[in-house]
Design a protein around this ligand. Sequence first.
Ligand SMILES: [Zn+2]
Length: 316
Amino acid sequence: MATTTFTKKRLGLETPESAAPPPPPGPPASFPKKPKIGQTKARKRDIPEGLWTKCPKCSVMLYDKELDENLKVCQRCHHHFPIGARERIHSLVETCSFQEMDAEMTSVDVLEFTGVASYATKLQDYQKSTGLKDAVITGVGKINSHKVALGVMDFNFLGGSMGSVVGEKLTRMIETGTDRGLPVIIISTSGGARMYEGMFSLMQMAKTCGALAYHAKQKLPYLSVLTHPTTAGVMASFASVGDLIIAEPGAMIGFAGPRVIKDTTQSELPPGFQTAEFLLEHGLIDAIVHRKEMKERLCYYLDFLTEGQRQMAALG
Ligand SMILES: [Zn+2]
């Protein structure tokens, strides 16, 4: 529907005559100008204020407002666009049930890293452009009737890279889950460890996994959701150790990029390599779930995984 409206408007603007009935023979030179002004005004009012986004998969033009309402999924081909952490939390948890943790935690430039721009400047820029303090939002909220500890990463903040803040916030969230007996859900999207923090970012891999091990000891479920792209240090740590690992359709999931692997192994990679679909077929992930069905599915899995806990509670 959106495309049709768009095309019509484009056509109308370019050739105003075509929209009107055939012109009467020999009209006065000034005559067509008047309706033209009126028409333009009406059209201006019709033209939506938002922008259009072209779907990279099916090339259809999507009206931003509709795309937002559809949780950033193309209506035509179901391509999943990146979605911000806040929008995603909003799409999953019950209204007003989310209590954010460590919202003000920010990175320290321990190494005083300077490349093209200093790390400190980069942090400031990304904080300004995204409205986030770092690449993850954590907290406790309710998904239907299930109270869960939830961590959602945001790729817009320095490529969702895991520095000490991402690691620390996730660890604290997992520990809260363990203390309060809550399931943990982490929705990942990341380019990997944050190079600006060197070793401090690498040690987050062990730290988050350690916290998850204590969580698992309490027989509490951990659901890992992989979204496009989930790679490197994040995939090699907490993202790949879920009791259930779920992915969004078409997500790129892997450790090193395909080009690096191809060059290292000197071999042709199979078609669809490192996509969610390929990994489902090969057993690394358990399910592929459409973004719009994610909440319902997470509830279904939580019902199943917390059944024992509920029975124990009933027995007293
Ligand atoms: Zn599309």
